[in-house]
Design a protein around this ligand. Structure first.
Ligand code: HEM
Length: 357
């Protein structure tokens, strides 16, 4: 799948990114009366689902524009992600009678995701076989792979499609919500970011991948947000051979949880670890010790959508600070909620005004 996720390929998608993101920007402009409280966690969830649906799979989901109620797909993704978390936390869950109804709902959600994924897959297959024009997206790649290798297991491919939705939507929405909170709590950082965005793009509404590459401070802000609030805080590995770490013997075949959340808050590597300080990631200083910070993990199973997610977040955040001033609802909780991913507990409620009003 790597070709679909290379920066050069993502660059070709920048116009589609702009179109989808502008739907949210226009919606916020309509609500920018300085009073209306908007749950940005919810809005970012809608947007990132629309983006991965449209850009990855050619599905027009219209969550940002039309929904008062979450779509069937959105609800199913939420339940499925909750199910992942429930299974990880409680290995005995399936033996608990009180959880059976919930587990049945999670299974139903997984079936819904697979049915919808299969519909998209079959539709695209027909289009390719007829020789119709089809976008060069993730779905095209998967369908062509199956057509060229009929022996591949179609069920696994459906799992892959579902994985992309689960892995690529909420993580990005949570990152963006935490970033807004951090910016609001650190007005000096926000001002510096606004100045950078203004220098690079001025009033231009179309933001290119190249523009985001020029925004060095934005990159530092995103990295620092991911340090304090990694949406995917833990990952698991199994060691193939016996190992010993600082006197602890870990036999082969042990399930090991590795946490970027813990590691990135250790004082020995990150002085004043709870301080939001994008300067830590100033490329001129190179202050981050290797293997202490890994919000996308490291190695061959690192997040395949890392560039996709970061470019998406940069475009969305730069468009928001370019167009709006915002205030967060100070009465909401700024705690972290952990349910498979880390997200802001209070939903990141904000009110907006237009910058030029
Ligand atoms: C801020 C956004 C994101 C964060 C923080 C994030 C983080 C992660 C992490 C920590 C993993 C686990 C890797 C491991 O187990 O070592 C992962 C895996 C994965 N991510 Fe992301 N991700 C993000 C966005 C995305 C996006 C936008 C996509 C797709 C468009 C995506 C697709 C995937 C897939 C398919 C995997 C599984 C890779 C594998 O098992 O080989 N992610 N992600």
């Amino acid at each position: 799948m790597n070709p679909c996720f290379q920066k050069s390929y993502i660059k070709g998608l920048e116009s589609a990114f702009n179109t989808e993101i502008d739907l949210l920007i226009n919606k916020l402009a309509g609500l920018a009366d300085g009073k209306t409280q908007v749950s940005m966690l919810e809005e970012f969830n809608h947007l990132t689902l629309d983006v991965i649906g449209k850009i990855g799979f050619g599905m027009q989901m219209n969550n940002v524009e039309n929904r008062t109620e979450p779509s069937e797909y959105t609800k199913a993704i939420k339940l499925a992600l909750g199910g992942v978390s429930a299974f990880v936390r409680d290995p005995f869950i399936k033996f608990k009678y009180s959880k059976w109804k919930y587990l049945a709902d999670v299974k139903k959600a997984m079936r819904t995701l697979r049915v919808l994924s299969k519909q998209s897959f079959d539709e695209r297959k027909k289009q390719i076989e007829r020789g119709d024009y089809t976008p060069d997206d993730i779905l095209n790649f998967l369908v062509k792979m199956k057509l060229e290798n009929p022996e591949l297991d179609g069920e696994v491919i459906l799992d892959d499609i579902t994985t992309f939705f689960l892995a690529g939507q909420e993580t990005s929405a949570n990152l963006l919500s935490f970033a807004l909170i951090c910016l609001w709590q650190n007005k000096d950082v926000l001002e510096r970011l606004k100045a950078e965005v203004s220098d690079v793009v001025g009033d231009k509404h179309y933001i290119s991948v190249e523009d985001t590459n020029k925004m060095e401070y934005l990159d530092m802000v995103i990295k620092e947000t991911l340090r304090l609030y990694p949406p995917a805080p833990n990952t698991f590995r199994e060691n193939k051979t016996d190992i010993e770490i600082q006197g602890y013997k870990i036999p082969a075949g042990t399930g090991i949880m590795i946490s970027t959340f813990v590691s990135s808050r250790l004082e020995e590597f990150f002085p004043e670890p709870l301080k939001f300080d994008p300067e830590r990631f100033n490329p001129a200083e190179n202050r981050i010790p290797s293997y202490t910070y890994f919000p996308f993990t490291l190695g061959p199973r690192t997040c395949i959508g890392k560039d996709f997610g970061v470019i998406e977040a940069k475009m969305i955040l730069s468009k928001i600070v370019q167009r709006f001033n915002f205030e967060m609802d100070p009465n909401q909780s700024f705690d972290i909620e952990e349910s498979a991913t880390l997200k802001p507990k209070g939903g990141a409620f904000c009110s907006f005004t237009l910058c030029d009003s």
